[in-house]
Write a protein that binds this ligand. Structure first.
Ligand SMILES: [Mg+2]
Length: 375
């Protein structure tokens, strides 16, 4: 029987619609995996990072960092994530287990709905940024693996434009500082932690053994804006590139005054956690330090990066002490930042992952799909 034109068109449209539904996923998945009834399943376990050196900042020191390692599985593909929780930020194994136990991803059957899934996760409870990041990173890793591409490519960045990374030199006795600077030989930039009272001594000690560019992080240590401005001029003469969080975050008027006069960019770290803080930092700081563990992960980090850029602000990407999981995830954004402070995995002795590498002091992205972890 001759097929009527209407029937033919109807069948074609139906076939076309089915092809549209199934075909992209098959192509994206890189095999014959079909969209089925698969659910997203979240798993997590506590882990403790061992630091190679006791880590000291202005207010305290420690030798381990608690982390949570997460996995999201979908249709046999597994994405990896991590929450790093330095104690001074308020999260812990206990809080993360409590939070992650409430996350039910089995209600979702399409991992590509990242916005809906992560809105749901963000809405479960306030705070918990690192625990939220551990879900976000695992989901992004999973989606990248399903697409068969690393996020640097999905976002459309040039993977060759990665920055040099800075290597952190903590506050310590001069002989220890000199030793750490020597250990930092493979790195092109030194990030020196400063505190009020021995800031000049720290810089002079580093300068006694190295001419490398320096960035400094004061961790809110200077209280007086005139002192801070004098220090910025003094640091500029000694090859410093920027000053991170020079004064307490609750002194925005003083910081805006400083930024207006400082010969060096003034970067916000403690003052900026999530998107609304970028708006508050505009006009107060020259730029922001984005960290996945502060901002709930790759989704929000990417939005903050674009927002700061569109406001004409400088951007750096930083980290906590983390495994190569968190560092590789952050590194996917690094071609778009001015500075990268992604040395957290270099400071630990029990990294369970292998991911992006540092080659000649520069981030070297690989072509592994997702966040760039070696399978
Ligand atoms: Mg900092």
């Amino acid at each position: 029987m001759k097929q009527s034109r209407r029937e033919f068109l109807g069948k074609s449209i139906a076939a076309g619609a089915a092809a549209t539904l199934i075909k992209p996923f098959n192509i994206l998945a890189g095999n014959n995996r079909k969209m089925g009834n698969s659910k997203l399943v979240l798993r997590f376990k506590p882990y403790t990072l061992k630091l190679k050196h006791v880590f000291t900042i202005a207010t305290y020191s420690r030798s381990t960092t608690p982390v949570m390692l997460t996995e999201i599985e979908y249709d046999g593909v597994v994405g990896h994530g991590e929450a790093s929780m330095p104690p001074y930020l308020g999260e812990s194994h206990k809080t993360a287990i409590e939070f992650l136990s409430k996350v039910d991803l089995t209600q979702f059957n399409d991992p590509f709905e990242t916005e809906d899934i992560l809105d749901y996760v963000d809405g479960i409870a306030p705070g918990n940024p690192a625990a939220k990041a551990s879900v976000d990173i695992a989901l992004y890793d999973l989606v990248g693996k399903l697409l068969g591409k690393p996020w640097v490519k999905i976002w459309g960045y040039d993977e060759n434009k990665t920055p040099y990374i800075s290597f952190t030199i903590g506050i310590d006795k001069p002989e220890v500082v000199r030793q750490k600077v020597k250990e930092a030989a493979p790195y092109k930039i030194l990030k020196v932690k400063l505190e009020y009272g021995n800031d000049k001594q720290m810089i002079e000690t580093v300068r006694s053994v190295s001419n490398k560019p320096i960035t400094v992080d004061v961790n809110q240590g200077w209280k007086d804006k005139h002192y801070a401005l004098d220090m910025c001029h003094w640091l500029k003469e000694r090859g410093v590139e920027f000053v991170e969080q020079p004064m307490p975050k609750n002194q925005p008027d003083d910081i805006a005054w400083l930024t207006e006069r400082s010969p060096l960019p003034i970067m916000a770290d403690e003052a900026v956690q999530r998107i609304p803080d970028v708006i508050k930092a505009y006009g107060v700081y020259s730029g922001i330090n984005i960290k996945l563990m502060k901002c709930t992960g790759m989704r929000e980090a990417h939005k903050m990066l674009n927002l700061a850029r569109s406001l004409g602000m400088k951007v750096m990407i930083g980290c906590m002490t983390e495994t190569s999981c968190g560092i590789s995830a952050a590194a996917q954004l690094s071609p778009q930042v001015d500075w990268a402070d992604l040395d957290g995995n270099l400071l630990i002795s029990n990294d369970p992952f292998e991911g992006v590498k540092i080659v000649d002091g520069k981030i070297k992205l690989n072509n592994y799909p997702g966040i760039g972890l070696k399978p």
